[in-house]
Design a protein around this ligand. Structure first.
Ligand code: HEC
Length: 550
């Protein structure tokens, strides 16, 4: 008797309440395109191993995770018939090559995967695991969170420089624009005046750097556990972008389910059709030819048009979704210089007063674009130049009041849209560095605590905060968003892990991503059940879709 027939028999003899559960079970056991068991001599069946399949010549990789019995299974509709290469992620292990795997429409392919431990697995560590492993105090390690913007910490632990060489390196790094990767540096034109010269601090940090040099055995390597239970109920799809040096910073969906992204290093707005993997890119106008290129924030307004922060190009661009034409606004000359960095734009409530808010990380000020006149006014958040502050995100409530994060402290600053009165709100925990977030429909601002390690929420109607610390230190949450079920999601640049928070119990589920992924903006698609999570692999030139199965 085949598996399918067994199922039908059971369904026929079962009470109505159980019918659904059993028929679903039958479907999942019979409709896999590729399945098998992951095991090693050392552990036996292995849970939480990520198994990725990529059809030869395709740009799409699909990943599932093995369950408690070591079983992995790709649903039929996720792998088209063809020849596949298979990869795994399980820190400390490598896979015996299973060769090319054939997937057909008629029959489930079964491939058991055999893993073996490797002695030197240092190349598999995430920045977070390097931070956990290296000697030093929390404060010394905290400093390294300013380095993961452009590359992982692997180059730092392998560098073996002297203290003097490290000081010179710090200065060289400070000269790069934020839209740089190790393989594609961009030099800043002006120096950042937020970087206050401090030779004594540099010397101390340089001395610390000489203590983290890694050679096999220098210190024990600590790794985070593999996913278990709910964290293995997931399907992850990665879509490679055509340009290998693409840096997709923000990814959002339009109302047709098309994923749009902006490039952090170059002037591109891109459009990815998740059904076909096809990509179209548009050239975003250059505003200052002598300055580094790249875009940061990408937002939709109520008309379905796209807005993007042009960072060091010193302005903002709007892309008309129908005509595919760009309109740009440059900052006025009196506030436009080499440090001007318009990262963020908030166009969601322009219907209130015809204004769009902008955040400038260079001057630490907010600006407001009047759509009728095209004029930009400046709202100075920190009189006296704002040294010691770092304005990063701006978001708005239903009255188009603005909320700006101060990443150098623990503050979210409100600007009243009518009176321009400024009110600071301080997170209960000190030094949290609220970085980036999203306002929900109830005017609650959910944000990543970059140095506070977790998710925070400011109820802007009451002024009350709630905070949920992440289960692992130095997670460096960059952004946060709440979904339709009340779960909040965050991720950061150090861990390759996507964190889902049950806000009622405070429990986090940690989904591991298949590859090294420098995560920035997080985005939830609430039109699916369960919800779908999207993110750009900023240093991996791909768009990542994560579908939890429950
Ligand atoms: C704004 C982007 C950026 C930031 C931030 C950054 N780096 Fe780099 N880093 C680069 C680029 C680009 C390269 C490759 C070019 C080069 O070596 O100058 C690089 C290369 C390196 C290398 C390998 C080259 C060498 O000389 O050893 C090390 C080590 C390194 N960075 C350490 C750091 C540390 C430590 C920090 C934090 C203090 C940091 N980086 C912050 C962009 C950055």
């Amino acid at each position: 008797m085949t598996k399918k027939k067994t199922c039908l028999l059971m369904v026929a003899t079962t009470a109505a309440g159980l019918l659904l559960a059993i028929s679903t079970f039958c479907q999942s056991t019979t409709s896999a395109s590729l399945t098998g068991q992951v095991s090693s001599k050392e552990e036996g069946p292995m849970e939480g191993v990520l198994v990725s399949a990529k059809r030869l010549g395709s740009t799409v990789t699909v990943t599932v995770a093995s369950d408690k019995q070591g079983r992995y299974s790709f649903p039929q509709n996720r792998l088209q018939p063809g020849e596949y290469s298979v990869q795994i992620r399980a820190t400390g292990f490598e896979m015996n090559d299973p060769g090319i795997v054939k997937v057909t429409a008629e029959k489930t392919a079964t491939v058991d995967l055999k893993l073996h431990p490797i002695e030197d697995f240092s190349a598999q560590l995430t920045s977070e695991e390097w931070l956990l492993s290296m000697p030093g105090t929390q404060e010394q390690k905290d400093y390294l969170l300013s380095c993961v913007n452009c590359h992982t910490l692997e180059s730092s632990v392998r560098a073996h420089h002297t203290a003097d060489e490290w000081v010179a390196l710090f200065h060289r790094m400070a000269g790069y624009a934020q839209g740089s990767m190790a393989t594609r540096p961009q030099l800043r034109v002006g120096t950042r005046d937020t970087v206050v010269p401090n030779p004594e601090r540099d010397k101390k940090q340089a001395e610390f750097m000489t203590t983290i040099s890694w050679t096999p055995g220098a210190y024990a390597l600590k790794t985070l556990p593999r996913p278990t239970g709910k964290a293995t109920h997931v399907i992850i799809t990665e879509y490679d972008l055509p340009r290998r040096n693409a840096m997709p910073h923000d990814v959002i969906l339009d109302s047709h389910g098309i994923a749009w992204y902006v490039d952090f290093g170059q002037q591109y707005l891109g459009e990815l059709d998740p059904r076909t993997g096809e990509v179209v890119e548009y050239n975003v106008p250059v505003l200052k030819p002598n300055e580094p290129t790249g875009l940061l924030d990408l937002e939709l307004d109520k008309q379905g048009n796209f807005w993007m922060g042009e960072t060091l190009q010193g302005g903002v661009a709007k892309f008309d979704a129908k005509t595919h034409k760009f309109t740009t606004w440059s900052m006025p000359p009196e506030v436009n210089n080499d440090s001007t960095q318009v990262n963020m734009v908030a166009p969601w409530h322009d219907d209130v007063d015809g204004k769009v808010w902008l955040a400038d990380a260079g001057s630490r000020d907010l600006h407001r674009l009047d759509l009728a006149t095209g004029k930009i006014e400046t709202i100075v958040l920190y009189p006296g130049g704002g040294r010691g502050h770092m304005t990063y995100d701006v978001d708005t409530d239903a009255q188009n009041n603005a909320y700006a994060t101060d990443m150098s402290a623990q503050t979210i600053v409100k600007v009243d849209s009518k009176t321009l009165e400024i009110t600071p709100y301080l997170t209960p925990t000190k030094g949290t560095a609220p970085r980036r977030g999203e306002m929900d429909a109830q005017d609650r601002y959910w944000f990543g605590e970059y140095r506070g390690n977790g998710i925070g929420m400011l109820d802007t109607r009451t002024g009350h905060f709630q905070e949920w610390p992440a289960p692992i230190p130095l997670t460096s949450s960059y952004d946060a968003e709440v979904d339709k079920n009340g779960d909040a999601w965050t991720a950061g640049m150090t861990t390759d892990r996507v964190l889902r928070l049950d806000t009622k119990s405070g429990q986090y589920t940690q989904y591991l991503l298949p590859r090294s992924t420098n995560i920035r903006r997080v985005y939830i698609d609430n039109t699916t059940t369960p919800v779908t999570f999207w993110v750009g692999s900023n240093h991996g030139a791909s768009i990542v879709k994560l579908e939890p199965l429950d």
